[in-house]
Design a binder for this molecule. Structure first.
Ligand code: ZN
Length: 571
């Protein structure tokens, strides 16, 4: 039997409503969350609990959909009539506020079913990182003020799922990304708990970086939607401020707040590539758990109410955004916060002070939460773009790199296959520089600072190779993943590492004679080689280096080294 108490769920095993559990510093366990949604699904025809795929721990990934019109498949929903709000919880199960808040949010919406919005579909992922949620304990969130028990950040493969949205290594992310792309949400919310500086606010909000999002949509968000959401939160008694990201981690917020540049590896950065307005709620870890859940719930309601009233504007601007980006001839690959452009925002903080740490004997910042202040601080929320590339008409991915094509397909990108062998003039990039992390980062040897040179080549492609047109709504995702220099490109994530290793070498005692002829026939090369020997004593004393220098410049040297195999076709 199910029983509902007021708007809050009564947990029969404990005899407490979800609100009471939260007040007692208890967050729902994974199986309790799923039980509640299962029973809501059984009780209300306006709700459906669906399985949207599997996860690394082998449990199904669920999505709870609330729709007044009782339509629960994204393809069947009229986007003229209904907007979509998509809430993701438990990406970091040690930060469970949204898990509990969403249960209360959904229950309250359904209990007042006659007031359910007809123009808004609400999708909730009850718990995304199920493996992490099952790995429950008391202590992995050092310093966090409750709940008593919570899950662990890493998933069943010890991956941080909020870095997995491009590489999609975990089954959890593969399932979620497919669902997000099928729903194409107007607004996406990822719920978290933040650490860092101390201040008076319970809720801070990370909005997808506005200049990176671009288009008229970003101006609307900056000037219309965000001010309304901030004031709605204030009116509900949950005044919030932008996510407290200081220039140097751990600095006093009075030094200024800077937009966090969430690249597409993050859930919000990924969603923004498709023109979805993405928010990350970051409650403050030192505030009591129940206050944090209340603040998260208040934000979900604020967005829901905003979308009921203004959803048509958002939807119109998103349509424009998609058309705008699909027709751009260049796209920037990098955005950097402008440290010269800011405005003042009011800031209610705690006085900080420096003191010598008794442990390290070094200066350390501390906050005195008895000494509050009401001041203002600089907020840097503009960004400059750089590293623009010309957008090709299409890319060709040779079938040898099929896992990359599969990742594109999983994100709903239209991928065609070549029907016959062809020779095409293509832009081919040769990677000239990159750095690699010394230890694995999120399961990969991530590359950064990638530079390349493009050459135009006549390239033979084969039947079955993948052709990806950029004239489609996912163009920003396509460009960000297939241009190797982009921070979260598939190249950066190591999917093309095979090209970075030389396959053939030379035998010095044979090549020596060939090299001698090269120098005899090429005066310029001879001059360059002579200068190198003269200026660089190491080079002059190293026979192998000298021969290798010439080998690389000979026609014997392989053309495939550092040759990025994805062709760029411009026409
Ligand atoms: Zn988090």
């Amino acid at each position: 039997m199910i029983s509902l108490l007021s708007i809050f769920w009564m947990d029969e095993s404990r005899g407490q409503s979800v609100e009471e559990l939260n007040n007692n510093n208890i967050s729902l366990e994974y199986h309790e969350v799923i039980d509640i949604y299962t029973q809501l699904d059984a009780k209300y025809s306006n709700a459906s609990l669906q399985v949207i795929g599997t996860t690394d721990i082998g449990r199904p990934l669920h999505l709870f959909v609330i729709n007044k019109h009782e339509i629960f498949e994204p393809a069947d929903i009229s986007r003229e009539r209904s907007r979509v709000l998509y809430v993701n919880n438990g990406i970091h199960p040690g930060e469970p506020d949204g898990i509990d808040a969403s249960v209360r949010f959904a229950t309250a919406l359904l209990e007042n079913a006659n007031q359910l919005p007809g123009n808004l579909v609400v999708c909730i992922v009850p718990v995304f990182n199920i493996g992490g949620a099952l790995n429950r304990g008391c202590c992995s969130r050092a310093n966090q003020n409750g709940p008593k028990e919570y899950g662990f950040r890493g998933n069943a493969r010890n991956l941080d799922l909020n870095r997995d949205f491009i590489k999609c290594e975990s089954t959890n992310t593969q399932s979620l990304v497919k669902s997000i792309r099928a729903w194409d949400p107007d607004v996406f919310i990822d719920t978290h708990v933040s650490n860092g500086a101390d201040y008076q606010y319970t809720m801070t909000l990370l909005t997808t970086q506005l200049d990176k999002l671009g288009g008229e949509l970003s101006g609307y968000l900056r000037n219309s939607m965000l001010p309304k959401l901030y004031s709605s939160m204030e009116n509900s008694g949950n005044e919030m401020i932008p996510y407290v990201n200081t220039k140097m981690y751990g600095s006093d917020p009075r030094t200024g707040l800077y937009d966090y540049m969430e690249t597409p590896r993050y859930a919000s950065g990924f969603c923004a590539l498709f023109g979805t307005i993405a928010f990350v709620t970051e409650t403050h870890m030192l505030k009591p758990f129940n206050d944090r859940v209340d603040a998260t719930l208040a934000f979900l309601r604020s967005v829901q109410e905003y979308m009921q009233e203004h959803g048509a504007d958002v939807s119109k601007l998103r349509k424009q955004w998609k058309n705008d980006f699909a027709s751009r001839s260049t796209l920037a690959l990098k955005y950097t916060v402008d440290s010269t452009k800011y405005h003042r925002i009011s800031f209610k903080g705690f006085e900080s002070f420096q003191k010598k740490s008794p442990v390290t004997d070094l200066p350390q910042i501390y906050y005195n939460n008895k000494r509050t202040y009401n001041d203002s601080t600089n907020y840097y929320n503009y960004a400059n773009s750089s590293n623009s590339v010309n957008v090709p008409s299409y890319y060709i991915i040779p079938v040898a790199w099929k896992e990359v094509a599969e990742k594109l397909k999983n994100c709903g990108i239209k991928v065609e296959r070549l029907e016959r062998d062809v020779t095409i003039e293509a832009g081919i990039k040769f990677v000239t520089e990159y750095k690699t992390v010394p230890k694995p980062y999120e399961g990969q040897y991530l590359h950064s600072n990638i530079k390349s040179e493009m050459r135009v080549e006549k390239v033979r492609y084969y039947k079955g190779d993948y052709k990806i047109s950029t004239a489609q709504p996912g163009v920003r995702y396509i460009v960000e993943t297939l241009e190797p220099e982009a921070e979260d490109s598939f190249f950066a994530w190591g999917y093309f590492d095979g090209i970075l290793q030389q396959k053939e070498w030379f035998s010095a005692y044979v090549f020596d004679g060939y090299a001698e002829k090269m120098l005899k026939n090429d005066k310029q090369l001879k001059g360059e080689f002579g200068q190198m020997k003269k200026n660089d004593p190491d080079f002059a004393g190293d026979a192998f280096s000298q021969l290798y220098f010439l080998y690389k410049r000979s026609p014997l040297f392989e053309r495939s080294l550092n040759r990025y195999p994805v062709g760029m076709i411009y026409k």
